[in-house]
Design a protein around this ligand. Structure first.
Ligand SMILES: Cc1ncc(COP(=O)(O)O)c(C=O)c1O
Length: 370
């Protein structure tokens, strides 16, 4: 009997509703498909300067040890981070990217009758965590200026609310929530609610004096989880290492649902080194700030609306179908992001690149819109 006579397995209704994540196209794929010689990828909010040089050195030094399992407790990374954040080492959970922690939070804390609350548009993986765990994800539209509508979100909190996701700065809009506003929000959340502050772009916003000191809520033993990552400012997206900061009473449950070796050996070594690479981090932040200014100035000249950004990307209203513009840019070798999840059909998101990459994007955008 041939194997084709077996019907494929069926899956639960919630799995059918899940959508596979569509990442920004890899540059090599675009190069291959379109026969282009040079590609600029500004679609996934990666670091245009490459990886931290200290992280690269640490990986080289570790290569002869990849036959052994990584340290499942990430002791060295845990100690280094706990010291730099001044938190209890037991308040940290490490993940295969911060994506992994989002997944673990869903698996660990969501149960029948719970709901998830998020601002819309925001990072798509929050909804995926809800669907995977068979709970409803309530999306609260942003304000007309694309800011999170915290009052409207509070109005949606009820006895079923379990996880509230807020990305700060938010992806794709680049907007950020200020300390006073977040203070007021946190103080009004019922105890049962776990507030997840996704600070994937923390390093780009941390120097603004109004940016919230969210770690204080963990120290106050609030049910607040902070997510951070080495994928963005530290330039280690390909290695996959992120972490959550939360009260130890919460980490103990995630330690049970986490895969024991979810952060690999090279990623752990690189993250420790990157954490100490102040020069690289500063250069990254400065390059980003200059890039935001250059792109912003050019967009103003082109009379294009954009949202002032506190991340390493810009949300831009191109005034015509965003998908068509993104496709046309792709054919010119510039990969940017368009998604129906943005909830703005004429909006695209572009990552800030090097000065040359930014020029290449702006020139291509001008040609496409001409
Ligand atoms: C807001 C936000 N959170 C989390 C992530 C996931 O980052 P990683 O899994 O690489 O740590 C991203 C990536 O784009 C993001 O934009």
């Amino acid at each position: 009997m041939s194997s084709s006579s077996f019907a494929p397995p069926t899956v639960a209704e919630n799995i059918m509703r899940l959508q596979a994540y569509v990442p920004g196209k890899p540059a090599e794929e675009v190069q291959r498909e379109l026969g282009l010689t040079s590609i600029v990828k500004l679609a996934s909010n990666e670091n245009p300067l490459g990886p931290s040089p200290k992280a690269q050195e640490a990986i080289q030094a570790m290569l002869s040890r990849i036959h052994i399992y990584p340290d499942g407790s990430a002791h060295e990374l845990r100690t280094a981070l706990a010291e730099s954040l001044s938190v209890d080492p037991n308040s940290l959970v490490f993940g295969n990217g911060s994506d992994d922690i989002i997944h673990l939070l869903g698996v660990t804390f969501l149960g029948p009758g719970d709901t998830v609350l998020q601002s819309d548009p925001s990072f798509v993986r929050y909804e995926a965590a809800a669907i995977l765990n068979e709970v409803e994800c309530i999306e609260v539209p942003c304000t007309s200026s694309w800011d999170c509508d915290l009052d409207a979100m509070l109005a949606k909190v009820d006895a079923s609310t379990r996880l509230v996701f807020l990305a700060n700065p938010n992806n794709p809009t680049g907007t950020a929530i200020k300390s006073d506003d977040l203070d007021a929000f946190v103080s009004q959340l019922p105890e049962r609610v776990i507030l997840v502050l996704d600070e994937a772009y923390y390093e780009y916003a941390k120097d603004f004096d109004w940016y919230p000191d969210s770690v204080k809520w963990v120290k106050q033993e609030r049910n607040v989880v902070i997510l951070r990552t080495f994928s963005k400012a530290y330039g280690l997206a390909g290695l996959r290492v992120g972490y959550g900061i939360m009260r130890p009473e919460m980490t103990q449950w995630l330690e049970r649902t986490r895969e024991p070796f979810n952060v690999n050996l090279l990623a752990q070594a690189a993250a420790v080194a990157a954490l100490h690479d102040d020069e690289f981090l500063q250069r990254t932040i400065t390059t980003n700030r200059q890039g935001l200014e250059t792109i912003g100035a050019a967009l103003r000249q082109m009379n294009l609306q954009y949202v002032p950004s506190y991340g390493n990307f810009l949300f831009i209203n191109v005034g015509v179908d965003g998908k068509v513009v993104a496709d046309s840019l792709l054919h010119k070798g510039v990969i940017v992001r368009y998604s129906p999840h943005f909830k703005g059909p004429t909006w695209i998101r572009v990552t800030v690149g090097t000065a040359d990459e930014n020029t290449r994007f702006l020139t291509a955008l001008q040609e496409v819109l001409a």
